[in-house]
Design a protein around this ligand. Structure first.
Ligand code: ZN
Ligand code: ZN
Length: 156
């Protein structure tokens, strides 16, 4: 189950519509009529709905920011902490070191961990990868340069 920024934006726009409808309804009561005095709670509700719409928009933005963070993308999964230590059986991947389990074939899928390292081999080729993958790369590419990158840092 994945939540998308678009879904949150859709909810936000429904909250905005509701806000407008409540305000329109309350506003349709002529000034000075007795009903007007009894709609305080409804006006209040409209304010809350407006605030809810704003919060939903913020959540959508936060999520969009997360989605735009580059992911490792190397062709197989790793344990984020231990690297190439996964074994996969019957659709379940397990880390041989920490015994952490993923209830899908993590090993068989491209890595979705955030990029945290830039690895430059002696020929100058750069590969960006996650914490888990860099462990294997350190072992395999001793002569490469490893540079820590932080998400959102200048390197992007
Ligand atoms: Zn592990
Ligand atoms: Zn990775």
């Amino acid at each position: 189950m994945t939540v998308t920024p678009a879904q949150l934006r859709a909810l936000a726009s429904r909250a905005e519509t509701l806000t407008a409808e409540v305000r329109e309804l309350c506003g349709s009561v002529p000034a000075g009529s007795p009903e007007r005095d009894h709609l305080g709670a409804a006006w209040h509700a409209a304010d809350w709905l407006a605030r809810g719409a704003e919060d939903l928009q913020h959540a959508a933005e936060d999520l969009a920011r997360l989605r735009s963070q580059p992911v490792c993308g190397i062709g197989w999964g790793v344990c984020p902490e231990h690297g190439n230590t996964l074994s996969s059986r019957a659709g379940v991947s397990t880390c041989r070191v920490c015994r952490l389990e993923w209830n899908y074939d993590r090993l068989g899928q491209p890595c979705r961990e955030p990029v945290t390292w830039k690895v430059t081999d002696p020929a100058g080729t750069e590969t960006k990868m996650c914490d888990g993958h860099v462990l294997g790369a350190r072992a395999a590419m001793g002569s490469a340069t490893f540079t820590r990158v932080d998400a959102g840092a200048e390197q992007w």
